[in-house]
Write a protein that binds this ligand. Structure first.
Ligand code: BTN
Length: 241
């Protein structure tokens, strides 16, 4: 593992995108604050300087070939660490958000750099740790560990645990370890009715749950289909789109 840290940077994902040629596999780059933090679907990622923001570079071909598993396993690894801190009611909202009850505590942005084939993956993580006031406009109501546990945490200690857990679980997926039984117990969307953009159309689906290959099994117009992340974006009924 290699570690880089910046006090302020535009975006840790963009840093890796611009420098991946000169960096080793499993480089983690973290920062205190970002000037252009990015969320999924071209949204901004806001953070007040009291959270964990990092991106991980993956160049290893075996892991790149398992790119569909990467963000879900990253989310699962973070959940394992959060459980150590006695945070309860944790869910994995397919494909890559972590929720405490109905509030979002962590988001993951997976990006791939491709030429002829995928050269590398960049896994960007924003985990709310000590932030207490969220003033921006959020689609999903946010929370932080500190709001949930009523105490502040040492971000460096937590970061170290998160890095180690992700590395361990990436090794496990390289060796085909099956996380499915653990992941399906954390499924936030299971049995919910949600709107999904499928082929650029907003459609209502009934979620059956995360399937064996980590795609999402849903019922659309009476037919069971499997959705892959990247093809769709999801919104619960009450959420703006
Ligand atoms: C989402 O839920 O929309 C994904 C959010 C990902 C945010 C992280 S913060 C560190 C990394 N750098 C970025 O610009 N984005 C990711």
């Amino acid at each position: 593992m290699n570690f880089l840290y910046f006090d302020t940077i535009d975006s840790t994902n963009d840093y890796l995108k611009n420098n991946y040629n000169d960096l080793n596999d499993l480089t983690f780059v973290s920062c205190r604050t970002q000037t252009s933090g990015k969320g999924r679907s071209n949204r901004k990622w806001y953070s007040d300087g009291n959270n964990l923001l990092f991106s991980l570079l993956i160049k290893n071909k075996e892991l790149i070939s398992k790119y569909k598993d990467i963000s879900i396993i990253t989310a699962y690894s973070i959940i394992e660490v959060l459980k150590e801190y006695k945070l309860n009611n944790l869910y994995l909202k397919w494909p890559n958000d972590i929720y405490v009850g109905n509030k979002k505590i962590c988001g993951i942005l997976l990006e791939a750099i491709s030429k002829v084939e995928i050269e590398c993956l960049i896994v960007g993580v924003g985990l709310n740790i000590n932030q207490k006031i969220f003033n921006e406009d959020y689609i999903n109501e946010p929370t932080s560990i500190s709001l949930e546990l009523n105490k502040d945490l040492d971000i460096e200690i937590l970061k170290d645990k998160v890095y180690k857990q992700i590395e361990l679980n990436l090794k496990r997926i390289e060796n085909d370890y099956d996380f499915y039984s653990k992941i399906k117990e954390l499924d936030y969307l299971k049995n919910k009715e949600v709107y999904a953009f499928i082929n650029n159309q907003k459609q209502k689906v009934k979620v059956i749950g995360i399937d064996l290959d980590y795609s999402l099994k849903v019922i659309l117009d009476g037919n069971t289909i499997n959705l892959n992340s990247g093809e769709i974006s999801f919104h619960l009924e009450k959420e703006d789109i």
